[in-house]
Ligand binder design. Structure first.
Ligand code: PLP
Length: 418
């Protein structure tokens, strides 16, 4: 069947034609009476301390039940969650931790704060998640953990990563900051490795301003996570409060947990609406010459924190012009997700883990951070177009977005003169 295309005469909005997306995106309030009521209830407790009030306790139980996992520890951010997870696993200075070459800096800060050396594996060019073959190639005797990042709300190839972790006796930590309710072969991401980490920052599926969670079925890891989030104070009844390792204060508080709990009540609806929109645009971007939709690993059920696709510049011309034309049609789109692969940040290229010190990079002089390290990640940085996904976007938004992509791709294929 030939690809459906706009009439070749459609004039691009950037050249004065009518917009393919003339109506504004759907929007709505994220916070309402549920969050207000929960905050008032927290304040009425006359304590905001997580261990004294009910909100943190209720959230932990509700999130663990939702994920079918035994333990949920709350903390102050997604970055804190990953730091806590690594520390609970016993990752120590000089260890090497393998992670994705495109991720939030928080993933790397967590590794560096352990005194461990981040080692970047390349991504799969088409699904943008960590490539298990590259992970395995970067294992050394100093490797102790893998942090798998389910980027954009799409799962990594967890069977392959788990097999590698098992074979080499490595901890497998899942960074689920972008992937609430993401599924891999009917399992929830966050429950497949040893520990799953979540963020409640203001840009994620659910927000409490800031905050984070660590989930695990392992009681020992859960206990160490609790200690590490709270200055190594053991708050269990009758416990000896006698810190035996250095730990930061990464505590959550009752106000944050109150908002998180109210948001959790909306998560099913948020994810299902995002899926409806994301699946629609993903389908709609098929069969458009020059457009390469995001690929997913087998068994993936994405939860669409945002959506990325690639363009073939040989067919539709330069990405900047493509994005400018899309924007003129009324579609929110940006050229790329991040401006460089993570290992090209100065902290790595200048080997400045801490001010005035090359710790922890001094442990691994052989590890270089330089262009060319992960060719697929660098290609993804150059090639992808990012479009937003929101639970408030409508079916009409999806259809108009698809129409705009078709129109722009079609016009630019023909030389951009129209
Ligand atoms: C947001 C994010 C983090 C960090 O979460 P914070 O709550 O901002 O610390 C870590 N990893 C990924 C992939 C993220 O998107």
């Amino acid at each position: 069947m030939p690809a459906v295309q706009s009439a070749p005469t459609a004039t691009l909005a950037i050249n004065g034609g009518p917009k393919a997306k003339p109506t504004p995106y759907g929007s709505g309030p994220r916070f309402g009476d549920e969050e207000k009521r929960a905050c008032a209830e927290a304040l009425d407790q006359q304590t905001l301390f997580f261990a004294s009030g009910q909100k943190t306790k209720q959230f932990r139980e509700a999130f663990a039940a939702r994920y079918g996992i035994r333990n949920c520890v709350m903390c102050s951010s997604g970055t804190a969650a990953i730091h806590i997870a690594l520390a609970a696993c016993g990752v120590k200075p000089g260890d090497q931790v393998i992670t994705a070459s495109i991720t939030d800096m928080g993933t790397c800060s967590a590794i560096l704060l352990c005194g461990a050396v981040p080692v970047f594996a390349d991504l799969d060019r088409s699904n943008y998640t960590i490539d298990p073959k590259s992970v395995e190639a970067r294992i050394t005797p100093k490797t102790t953990a893998i942090v798998a990042v389910h980027l954009t709300g799409a799962p990594c190839d967890m069977d392959a990563l788990k097999a590698i972790a098992d074979k080499h006796d490595l901890w497998l930590i899942e960074d689920c900051a972008q992937s609430y309710h993401t599924e891999y072969k009917r399992q929830l991401c966050g429950t497949i490795g040893d520990i799953g980490c979540f963020s409640l920052n203001d840009f994620k599926h659910i927000s409490a301003g800031d905050g984070g969670m660590v989930v695990t079925n392992d009681e020992k890891l859960a206990h160490r996570a609790e200690l590490f989030a709270d200055k190594c104070y053991d708050r269990r009844a009758g416990a000896d409060r006698n810190p035996f390792f250095t730990a930061p204060n990464y505590r959550i508080n009752e106000l944050t947990s109150a908002v998180a709990l109210a948001q959790l009540g909306k998560l099913d609806s948020i994810v299902s609406r995002r899926r409806r929109y994301g699946d629609a645009v993903h389908q709609g971007f098929n069969n458009i010459p020059g457009i390469i939709p995001q690929a997913f690993v087998p068994g993936a059920r994405a939860s669409y924190w945002f959506y990325m696709f690639r363009i073939d510049e040989k067919i539709v011309g330069p990405r900047a012009a493509f994005v400018a034309a899309l924007n003129a049609e009324g579609v929110s789109a940006t050229a790329g997700y991040v401006d460089r692969a993570t290992y090209l940040y100065d902290v790595f290229t200048k080997r400045q883990g801490f001010a005035g010190s090359d710790f922890p990079f001094s442990f691994a002089p052989e590890i270089q951070y330089k262009p060319g390290l992960c060719p697929n990640a660098e290609a993804i940085v150059r090639e992808v177009v990012k479009i937003p996904v929101s639970e408030f976007f409508t079916d009409e938004d999806a259809q108009q977005t698809i129409e705009a992509i078709r129109k722009v791709a079609s016009a630019l294929r023909q030389g951009g003169s129209k």
